[in-house]
Design a protein around this ligand. Sequence first.
Ligand code: K80
Length: 482
Amino acid sequence: MIKKVILITAIVWSCINTASINAQQAATTAQKTIALQHGAHGVGRRRDAAMEKWRAYGLGQFVHWGLYSIPAGEWNGKQYNGAAEWIKSWKEVPATTYDSLMYQFNPTKFNAESWAATAKQMGVKYVTITTKHHDGFCLWPSKYTNFTVANSPYKKDIIGPLVKAYDRRGIDVILYFSIMDWHNPDWRYDIKTREDSVAFDRFKQFTRNQLLELLTLYPAAKGLWFDGTWDKSWVKQAAFADSLEKEMRAMRPGLIIGSRFRADEYGKRHFDSNGNMMGDYEQGWERKIPEKITDVHGNDWDCVMTVPENQWGYSKIWKGHIKTTDELLEMLAKCVSLDGNFVLNFGPKPDGTLRTEELDLAKGIGAWMDTNSEAIYNGEYAGLVKQDWGYYVKKTGTNKIYMLVFNVPVSGALNVVLPSRTAISKVYDLGGPGLSYVPEEIGTSTYFIHLKQQTFKRPFVLVLETADNSKNSGAQYQKAKT
Ligand code: K80
């Protein structure tokens, strides 16, 4: 029997509006909370060093690599309409023929050091790498299946050298792992019969073995990124998944796991039946970005993004709109301004090299980061009213507010509204040493920063250094009586 308890939760929201930016409004809501065996393990953000570091990353890289890079979205000359890494699920592709792609996997030009160098130059602080995607092919020599890189012509482990190369450059590694496995005969979408249940029990042990194997083989990896966890078969495993999660966390203190790993006993995913997030950060922002701070409910989160509309694995042809460097930078700015990290996907080619388009984007983003990364690393929601020119980012423990400017108004004047009693002591451009501005005060804590030119080729960052103005009343602006 489920014991029902009533909890009165007092939630204090910081209320942000133009009239009173710092106004705090206390709202008290009564919430019904049910006792859960397999719900969230904690409420609120993790404050340990590993998670504080994760929170400060700002920019990350995703890597989708596997057998699917060989067909690259094409089978017998026909184009697959879905994402390239899903090609095995296409009716045109016989499952066994797909699996025999293992005998063609020979990335002779693969160089972990060169991938890591590209990522470093781009300015990423973490990388998420597919160890096993839905097709079940393992990029590490797992001893629990023959379907691994060890049985390909390449033979060598891919994950080990990548972990080493990235880690050596100070880029944290997260291991992507798909629970859904199209190769393992014990995988089921649902469990309906006794036979299904027996098979899936074997599958659960296989999954546990592989995960513990990954954590043992790659002790430098900081976290696990789960995918393929939405099917009924897995959703029904609340107790098993919960105990496996505890086992992994005990094995690796500080381990970071997103909200996509397990469901609670009522089948609720990401957020348990009481609305509390299961895992350390919200994994719901795949190819989408929140609009406003209230959308993220005070949680940690990251957004994983593709360059074309929806291709993760290497696809020979990129159809539709291809995102530009500046569009991606704007997404990065928006994510950081809303307390999230932005993770850009790369789909390496079957020979082990990165495609030119991705190398160019990495270069472009890296060049911008060289000048402006100060506004990205350790950046967080600034609590200011958003303006049309772009995004504010605040830096914890400093008096700095960054203005990431993407849209310059025809007036050339950037509007800034600060909390009352906050003055601007200095304004300067990160990209122009010596390029500074004297803001014009146009109202109470309201300023115009008049730019010195009207055309800008790239997004840029202005730093506002703020000072406490409580003693200096400054100009008195009259309020209208309405
Ligand atoms: C799986 C299922 C759907 C409906 C959409 C995407 C995915 C996988 N998650 C991404 C991170 C990719 O790995 C994609 O194949």
